[in-house]
Structures are given as C-alpha cells and as structure tokens.
Design a protein. Sequence first.
Length: 80
Amino acid sequence: ILRDGTQMQVTDEHICVGDIMSFNAHLAAIISCDGILLSGQDVKCDESALTGEPEPVLKSAEKPFMISGTTVNAGKGTML
C-alpha cells in the first residue's frame, strides 16, 4: 500500500481508509476491501460469487467499483 507517501506492506486487517493499494492478476490478487479504481491497465475481476455474472467484469472510469472478495483475473492497477 501507499500511505502518507510511504510505500509499505501490511496485512488486510491493517488497511486504513485513504490507503492506496496496488494489485495485479499475476499474483491472483483477492480484493480485501471495497474501493474505487484509481488507475489500471485492462483490469478484469471475477465477481461471479457475488453477482452471478459468468464473465470477468472490465473495470474502468465508468465502472470503477472494486468489490471485496472478488479476484483480479487480468491487468494491474491501483485502488483507493
């Protein structure tokens, strides 16, 4: 995460409001808290467990909501 301009690594229970988190599909990132996509490249998330949507959902400025418990299937980015 990036907190107050400092890059650090924390466990999920130590993530705070205002932290900027990095994620990527290479590490099969599971989104640990709800957030908003700040920037990304071809970010797709598997939301099937929550929405029933069978295909990964493309995240963009029009659909920026990152949902806790979903998995990043493609791309990389940052979220708040």
